[in-house]
Design a binder for this molecule. Structure first.
Ligand code: NAP
Length: 484
């Protein structure tokens, strides 16, 4: 057996979450760590999602670390720029020497005798006191369960695994899905494809995206004027936070945004039949609200057909809908989302009882204490864990809140001379009871839609049902009284 390399901390993943943990641990003088990354570069979901048109739908100044500014070119950042940002922050942080790439975690088991985690990858085994998992919630593509998909003769790929070798110029292309990824892909494909079929199961709410390049003057001012970036960011933060009451308390408050979305349809589409097809039939905010100025015009273009008949099957050369229509295609793009409520990493984490986190969650549903720690899994910290997501602002704000909590937990363990901490079962149950009680009022539960926020039992295990400022306050310091 390979002798494990001893470190204080193993961090899993080098997207925004893992990188933030590495940088902040280093700041605390906790320099004995390794970052295990399954891919060959940093960036996580922003490394993987290279589809045409990939752009963040949260403004650049907000979708970035509070501690690392950047000379963003646009008010909303395109994927290559976000990837370059993550690479730059990683390089400048002085932590990259402890990153192991192409090292997917295959097993992590808590050794109760040694009070340590044994973490296995194809590149070696590590033994660590603390395990910090930032593997991401939008990591594992979810393919549609469609008859015949495997037998399709043309090119088929998921939005998060774009095949850039396929030239789409003049081709007959189909896109399945009309979520956040698809609405960015469709306008790009419509420009180059000979013909484009868009298969819509549920029409999303789409508000305009006021994207624009920053002027040279703005960029210079944001770089040089002390405090300006921070002020701008704070303004953006609170303007986004204003959505929270509409999503979590009273959907009627979103009426003005709904009007904007309906006007967006009328502006982009002239045909009344097509307008009706794209009009959402569920409450605003129940699924992620999307932002685009180009999606509706692309659907209205002569070379696009929006198909709303359910898909019956895929043949070697075509997609067949339930009404019997067969639409021949060369390329099939599945923009059908990710495994979000059955996180793949949970199958690889084995706690004090020997059971995996996935086995535990099969019984309890995906749940954690403060979205971060789990009973029977000592010294394990999940970043972007259960009920830490949101649909209205930057996930990086949540990540930074969680990392602050983890740092304080580690400081506490050291200060008190403890070997390990794990949340008490009663504290965890109380946290989740209160969370799920609150969830009943949210538009995600009452809004009449099915979304990736909900698990197979209709329970929302992904989103945070209060303001993100509230989340930050609750995780501001490590609450030892909830732990054993
Ligand atoms: P998604 O929001 O889960 O959308 C998946 C789409 O595929 C939905 O329209 C869904 O229809 C459809 N679909 C799934 N299975 C299908 C089937 N068997 N037949 C027909 N249609 C099917 O996935 P996503 O668009 O990849 O986005 C996931 C999340 O990633 C977003 O919510 C967001 O958090 C993040 N994201 C962010 C950005 C950004 O700019 N920051 C960009 C892209 C993605 P139904 O609606 O009927 O289920």
């Amino acid at each position: 057996m390979t002798t494990p390399r001893l470190v204080d901390h193993v961090i899993v993943g080098s997207g925004f979450a893992g990188l933030c943990a590495a940088i902040k641990l280093q700041e605390d003088g906790e320099t004995d760590f390794v970052v295990l990354e399954k891919g060959s570069d940093v960036g996580g979901t922003w490394r993987d999602n290279t589809y045409p048109g990939a752009t963040c739908d949260v403004p650049s100044q907000l979708y970035s670390f509070s501690f690392a500014g950047y000379d963003w070119s646009n008010s909303y950042s395109p994927q290559p720029e976000i990837q370059a940002y993550v690479q730059q922050v990683a390089a400048e942080s002085g932590t990259l020497d402890r990153f192991e790439f192409d090292a997917p975690l295959t097993d992590a088991a808590w050794d109760d005798a040694a009070q340590r985690w044994t973490v296995t990858t194809p590149r070696g085994v590590w033994s660590a006191r603390f395990l910090i998992v930032g593997a991401g919630a939008l990591e594992e593509p979810k393919l549609p369960d469609l008859e015949g998909l495997e037998g399709f003769h043309g090119e088929v790929f998921h939005s998060a695994r774009w095949n850039h070798d396929v030239d789409l110029t003049g081709k007959r292309v189909a896109v399945i899905g009309t979520g956040a990824s698809a609405i960015q892909i469709v306008p790009e494909l419509q420009r180059v494809a000979g013909h484009l079929d868009v298969y819509q199961r549920t029409a999303p709410w789409v508000i305009p995206r006021n994207d624009r390049p920053y002027s040279r003057l703005e960029r210079a001012a944001l770089r040089r004027v002390p405090g300006l970036r921070r002020l701008y960011r704070t303004g953006l933060y609170w303007s986004h936070e204003a959505y929270v009451p509409a999503f979590t308390l009273q959907p009627k408050i979103a009426a003005p945004a709904k009007v904007l979305a309906l006007k967006n349809i009328d502006k982009g589409i002239a045909d009344p039949v097509l307008r009706e097809k794209v009009r959402p039939t569920f409450e605003f905010g129940c699924k992620r609200v999307l932002r685009s100025n180009t999606y509706y015009p692309a659907l209205a273009a002569d070379n696009t057909e929006l198909v709303t008949d359910p898909i019956a099957k895929v043949t070697g050369t075509a997609v067949v809908t339930e009404d019997g229509t067969e639409r021949e295609i060369d390329v099939l793009v599945v923009a059908t989302g990710f495994h979000t409520t059955d996180l793949p990493i949970a199958h690889h984490l084995r706690g004090r009882t020997g059971h995996t986190l996935a086995e535990r969650w099969e019984q309890t549903g995906m749940a954690a204490y403060k979205g971060t720690t789990v009973p029977d899994f000592p010294n394990l910290f999940l970043l972007v864990g259960p009920n830490t997501g949101q649909g209205h602002t930057s996930m990086i704000f949540m990540i930074e809140s969680q990392v602050a909590y983890v740092r304080d937990a580690i400081r506490t363990v050291r200060r008190r001379g403890l070997a390990a901490v794990e949340p008490r079962a009663d504290a965890t149950a109380a946290w989740n009871r209160s969370l799920q009680r609150r969830m009943r009022r949210t538009v995600w539960t009452t809004g009449g839609c099915q979304s990736w926020y909900l698990d197979e039992h209709g329970r929302n295990t992904t989103l945070w049902p209060r303001s993100t400022a509230d989340f930050r306050r609750r995780l501001a310091s490590f609450d030892m009284e909830a732990y054993s």
